[in-house]
Design a protein around this ligand. Structure first.
Ligand code: CA
Length: 228
């Protein structure tokens, strides 16, 4: 899951980015409203954490413009202002949630997760495909109840795939949601990570949870459903 963090106060920005990175998100941080608007228009972010007072384009304007352009990305507004009118203005500008500074980083992460669940229509906090189970809050993966240790990137990749079971995802879509903007699309990193992930999550002698769709990309499926 890829998140854009828009915050001009650099210490706060790096603090938020770090917290989200530690939770396995791919994160891009920007300090300027105009740059943020460009990036949010160019990339299909899963969520945007948006400060209100920003240089060049303020948070409310940014949110309004994104919605006017048809972008449905989840937006969590951050602000030191806790007046009811400000919160209402933020929500009316198209934001999905509002967090007043100062806040606990744990709460920010939990709210971002809740937004992602709602956006993807999967209200269930635990994702399941066959006997494979992923818990986004605990960041654990189990097969038949047995924990499978994954690296942060492998976990992020699996979470993205499991949030869209049976949907064919291209390498570009995967790269855009799991890696940040420094990712080199011409590399075979996605394929390499898919291989690592298959080695860890598949049951020996059974069909793979991750199916290759030749010339297109990958999809996650219950192997039991494929074998029949
Ligand atoms: Ca600010």
């Amino acid at each position: 899951m890829r998140v854009l963090v828009v915050e001009d106060e650099r210490r706060m920005a790096s603090y938020i980015c770090q917290a989200l990175l530690e939770e396995g998100f791919a994160v891009d941080g920007v300090h300027d409203g105009a740059v943020a608007l460009e990036m949010a228009s160019a990339y299909d972010y899963d969520a945007i954490v948006l400060d209100l007072m920003l240089p060049n384009v303020d948070g409310l304007t940014l949110c309004t413009r994104l919605r006017a352009a048809g972008r449905a990305t989840s937006v969590l507004i951050l602000s030191a202002r806790d007046l009811v009118e400000d919160r209402v203005a933020g929500l009316n500008a198209g934001a999905d949630d509002y967090l007043v500074k100062p806040f606990a980083m744990q709460e920010l992460v939990a709210r971002v997760r809740a937004l992602l669940r709602r956006r993807q229509g999967t209200g269930a906090p635990i994702l399941r495909v066959g006997n494979l189970e992923l818990n986004p809050a605990a960041r654990t993966v189990k097969r038949n109840g047995q924990p499978i240790p994954l690296t942060a990137k492998e976990y992020a990749l699996l979470e993205y795939l499991m949030r869209r079971p049976s949907v064919v995802l291209t390498r570009t879509m995967i790269a855009e949601h799991v890696w940040d903007f420094t990712f080199d699309l011409s590399s075979n990193v996605v394929d390499v990570y898919i291989k690592h992930l298959r080695d860890k999550i598949n049951e020996p002698g059974k069909a793979s949870f991750i199916q290759t769709v030749r010339g297109v990309g990958y999809t996650v499926m219950d192997p039991e459903a494929i074998e029949v």
